[in-house]
Write a protein that binds this ligand. Sequence first.
Ligand SMILES: [Zn+2]
Ligand SMILES: [Zn+2]
Length: 273
Amino acid sequence: MELSDYHIHSICSEDGHYTMSEIALASYAQGVRRLCFTDHCDLDDYMTGYPKQNSYAHREKTIEMFKQALADKPADMRLFLGMELGEGNHDPARAAEIAASPELDFVLGSLHNLEKKTDFYEIHYESYEQCAQLMDEYADELVALSKLDFYDAMAHIGYTIRYMRRDGFDVSFDLEHFGDKVEATLKNLIAGGRGIEINCSGYRTKRILSPVPGVDILRLYKQLGGEIITVGSDAHRTNQAGKGLAEGLDTLRELGYKYYTVFEKRKPEFIKL
Ligand SMILES: [Zn+2]
Ligand SMILES: [Zn+2]
């Protein structure tokens, strides 16, 4: 089956390592025929959590590199240009301005740090109480982000667990603990015509081995009438390209989803599973 990847990073992201052409060819080798680059555009500095100047300073570089990737790609591969726009709820006006950039086919709305706090990646976790408190604040911010309309799909709901588990805390961002806030988030997204993603990076991570968000949240989204769901590897390296996508599609099928979603010029299209 042909794969689509709507969450992937090149060297246009601070934590990326490969050109778009390299990423595209590595993805193609794994069966990806439709790929949307979603390099980071974070409104906050990841170390401080305070607003960053020139968040989209890499715009020209991104557009140039995308042109090169279009020239280098195999004929039967389709490439799109998207963005992972981080922390839009901390400055909705700025986020809306960036997301309106005409070159974009797709915008992921994501959250990597709480307001005025460092990225969850950078935090050193020391207790279950600390994890629970931070995840509760994270859930509050997701609700705030879910009310904003500048993006197409909310990225990796439950991002926090990647790093809490890295530090040895077996926590879950699930309905049992955060059900009310997650349900409010999903309902806001659905009412606004926005979607979520199934982030497949978790299938590649030893301490997770499941999608982000987890299956319970993916099931609830469908029960609530959610239809827009994109699929992304969140790969940052060529050896991660395409990895986890097939598992993501299997999970969606098992949950009874009939379609997943891709975007072109910010318009959703539904692909049969
Ligand atoms: Zn992210
Ligand atoms: Zn990402």
